[in-house]
Every structure is written in C-alpha cells, then in structure tokens.
Design a protein around this ligand. Sequence first.
Ligand SMILES: [Zn+2]
Length: 358
Amino acid sequence: MVCCINCFNDTEIRAAIEMIGHRGNCPVCKKTNTWIYDSVEDADKTNVEEMLDSILELYVPESELSKMYPEEEKALIEDRLLKDWSIFSGSAFEVRQIVSERVTDSLDLDSRIVIERVGIPQLFDEVYLRDNSIMGKYSWDVFKKYLRNENRFHSKYINLEMLESVLRETEIVISMATKFYRARVSDKKGYSRKQMWAPPDDVASPGRANSKGQSCLYLCSHKKTTVKEIRAHAFDYVTIATFKLNRDIRVLDLSSIVHSSPFYSGKDKVAYLLNESSLRQIQNDLAKPMSRWDSDLDYLPTQYISDFAKFLGYDGVKYISTFDNTSYNIALFVSSACDCIYHRNFLIGDLEYKMTAI
Ligand SMILES: [Zn+2]
C-alpha cells in the first residue's frame, strides 16, 4: 500500500506520515513530491497501519451482523468510514483503494469488509451503549427535550459517570493574577464597583451557565468582547470592570471537549465515535448565539452541564465567546476567587453590523 499525507485529514496520521520523512508520488490522490507512506519500506518506522487497523477492525460484514441491525445503517466500508469519521480526506473511491490494499496486506482484517456492506455492532447494543455512551441509547437532542418538557432534576437519559470522566479530561487551571472583564449597560453616571459584581443569589436571572436564583459571575478574557456580549448599542453608556484572580482556579474547559482525532489516546474507538458526536452537540449549544427572543428554556442544557461542573467541585466553566472566537468567557461559580481592581464608564461609539441574508 502506498498513500500520502494528503489522503488523510486526521492530525495523528498526517503527523505519523510526515515523521517517516519519505517523499514521493501518491498513486491514490495523485499528489507528486509529497510525504508518502509505503507499506513495503516504511511499515517498521511508524504506527500508521496500527492506527488504520484499529478503525477497520471495528467494522463487521453484514453476514455477521445481528438480524436486528438497522438496514439503513449498513453501507459499503468507504461510505461508512467517510460518514463516521473525519480520518480520510479523499473521495469514496480513494478511500476504497487504501482500505482494499490494507485488507489485502493484513493477516488479521476480515476480507469480507471490502466485499459486503458493513456495520459496527456495538452502536446498537443496548448493554454496550449503557456502559460506554454518555447519552446511553438516547441522543443529546432527546435529552434536551426531556429536560425542557418533562423532568429537570432526574433523568435516565444521561450517563453521569461517563459524562464525569469525559469532562474531567478538560480540566485546566487558570493562574492567579489573570485579568478578566465584565461590562454592564449603564447611564451616564455609570455603576459603582460594588454593582459590577454578579447579582445576589435570589435576584440572579438565568444565563448560559446558571439557573434563576443562582448567582454566577460572567467574565470575559477581552474588554471589547465583553461589550459585544452585553449587546450594547451605539451611544449607550457602559461600565467596564476589571477583575483579577486572587488564587488559581480549576475550571472545566468546555471549549475543548471535542477531540481532533480518535487516536489521541488508546481509548475505545466505538465509545469515541458515540461520545464525540454528543460532545460536539454540547459544544455547539454552548457557543450558540442567543437572541433576545430566545426563551430562558434554551439555556437549560448548558445549565445542566455547568451545574454538573459545580457539583464536581470546579470553580467555573470556560467557553468560547459567541461574538469572537479568539476570546473566551468564564462563568465563575465562586466570585470570591477574584477582586474587582478597576472600573470605568465609557460611551459606545459606532458599532459594526455584519449582516447575513436569510
Ligand atoms: Zn495521497
């Protein structure tokens, strides 16, 4: 088998091919003078085949799948691979070429996976799903609906043990003395420093990371972004306060719960496949812009996740700003971890409006 770095999207496989240091022409995607992998010359120098095999061996030929396996989920291996993962960058035809050659070379892979349609049995195995999927046999959307319309506090739609282990991987420490900003639309006189803190518990309104009645201090890494976050209009007065952490804080970085490659660890690849799609939906919900007409109920799913972070003992959660993906926000559960060191009133000048036709 000969293929090249351009045949793959996956960062780990691309890095592994580049590391070999072998340049040549790719018979699959036809790129010339590029980093290539040649199984005859390079197999001992890299784990490219090991990575590919760890994915290919998940697929089972149709003749071995249970009668209950959903018909619409069976497909040719190249179509399944392209749908399930973002490992390959080429067309189905190119993927088939790589996979067929790998199967021919391999002593362990079942050659029927390039002849018959294939599926992954665990994806429809209730016991497996219960033990390995954050959402069990349900989906994030089903869970959201249940949370919104049926039961806020108790649910069988989410596997908290799994959620905990996935979220704990995103733990980061933000160092003492890091500065953050918070803005509030004010009048000409502006707010006092005391008024720049989060409102007290009972009057706290609901937000992305807190329920009504639970105080939470929303801070932003950049001054200008915090003004956008509060949707200030031109010629509004705003008070901007600077907060400084008076200790290190432990937070869950919810902006990085999605991984870029199934090979980032030796973990179960089917569990990765299942959970990654739920995590992507959670991450999208966290970054979703809310308009003033959205209901407070739209915050429920993300409140659920940040409530869980609080329950696990974290000081807050970090997520990317909806208004600027180079800035991030912190919802700080324990406001005593920072001091307000400065505040000042500003008049907003021109705003740049970006419009998208709908
Ligand atoms: Zn190529």
